[in-house]
Design a protein around this ligand. Structure first.
Ligand SMILES: NC(=O)C[C@H](N)C(=O)O
Length: 333
């Protein structure tokens, strides 16, 4: 029987009702006890309470601290489950993928309903997560999210519902497996790039996300640069377009050496430099198209590229492009 570690960080799965709203109030051991009841999982699990936060209160340094805890746990176990709030789970999962690269199975899970709900989803989600990392089928799948019976790759995953139980989707990639009372099924093995973040990285440089909306001018771009952003992600229209004034401002910044990545506010599909005066101008000026990454995951990728040494002297854009291709986010060149 594989030896597993459960790292509990908080989130709705561990919350109870409080006078001022929900508060984290259940330990990892309590979560595990409930999960064992679902399908009778009796494997050995080391439990560590790493934090007790709703995930909107997490920060990049805290998430990097969690990555160190996961590394340590992997040294003594065959698989790791992280319980985590759903609001930022897609970012922590992605950061773990950046930090761990190809690793033993690590899956994040949580709940949409609190620990003290009359019909909670947390116990089943955690039971499925434990079954996933314990299964031989999970070998080679790296970091995933296990939620509502589905296993989704960390890269390209998004929170897709506010309160519905199927909280997550990887719209461009789909689930790589399912776990339910019949057992574990794997349908695909995700592309897993090499780790980008070394264990001693404790924070990342500021990268801003600037939105696109009808008639957007360059105000948000200029404000982000004034605030000290070392790079920008533009949450573009459609397949990666921007308004004429934003295109002009970004082309100018790219020309002055500021890294820019392009994502789509549609929430699904690849981006490309197709339209003159928009995405085509950005691509020609050296912006990197971020494949199916959300703005939030692209922000972390750019911050990781800018915050780690460029040992081979490739440049931020070549490093980001190589990582995106290795992750199956963009075609291999
Ligand atoms: N369902 C949840 O876990 C949401 C919660 N606010 C969190 O992210 O911690």
């Amino acid at each position: 029987m594989p030896r597993l570690t459960l790292l509990a960080t908080g989130g709705t799965i561990a919350t109870r009702a409080g006078a001022a709203g929900r508060v984290v109030g259940a330990t990892g051991a309590e979560l595990l006890a409930r999960a064992r009841d679902v399908w009778g999982f009796d494997g050995e699990v080391d439990v560590v309470d790493v934090a007790g936060l709703v995930s909107s209160a997490l920060t990049v340094p805290k998430a990097l601290g969690l990555a160190r805890a996961v590394r340590e746990a992997l040294a003594g176990s065959d698989g790791v489950v992280v319980t985590h709030g759903t609001d930022t789970m897609e970012e922590t999962a992605f950061l773990l993928a950046l930090a761990l690269g190809p690793s033993a199975p690590v899956t994040l899970t949580g709940a949409q309903r609190p620990f003290d709900d009359a019909a909670p989803d947390g116990p089943r989600n955690l039971a499925a997560a434990l079954a996933w990392v314990a299964a031989p089928a999970a070998a080679g799948t790296g970091v995933t999210i296990t939620f509502a019976d589905a296993v989704l790759p960390a890269i390209g995953v998004r929170k897709a519902r506010t309160l519905g139980l199927e909280a997550f989707a990887a719209p461009t990639r789909g689930p790589i497996g399912h776990v339910d009372e019949t057992g574990v099924r794997r349908h695909a093995r995700p592309e897993i790039p090499e780790a980008l973040l070394a264990a001693d990285v404790t924070d990342l440089p500021r990268v801003a996300v600037v939105p696109q909306y009808l008639g957007a001018d360059a105000t948000d771009v200029e404000a982000a640069v004034r605030a000290g952003a070392r790079g920008l992600v533009v949450a573009g229209f459609g397949a990666g377009n921007t308004t004429p004034p934003v295109t002009e401002a970004l082309v100018d910044l790219l020309g002055r050496g500021l890294p820019v990545m392009v994502t789509s506010r549609t929430g699904s599909g690849a981006v490309a430099g197709l339209y003159a005066g928009g995405g085509a101008d950005l691509a020609a000026a050296g912006a990197v198209m971020a494949g199916d990454l959300s703005h939030w995951q692209a922000r972390l990728l750019l911050a990781a590229v800018l915050g780690t040494p460029d040992a081979a002297g490739e440049g931020w854009d070549a490093r980001a492009r190589r990582w995106l291709a290795d992750a199956g986010a963009t075609p291999r060149g």
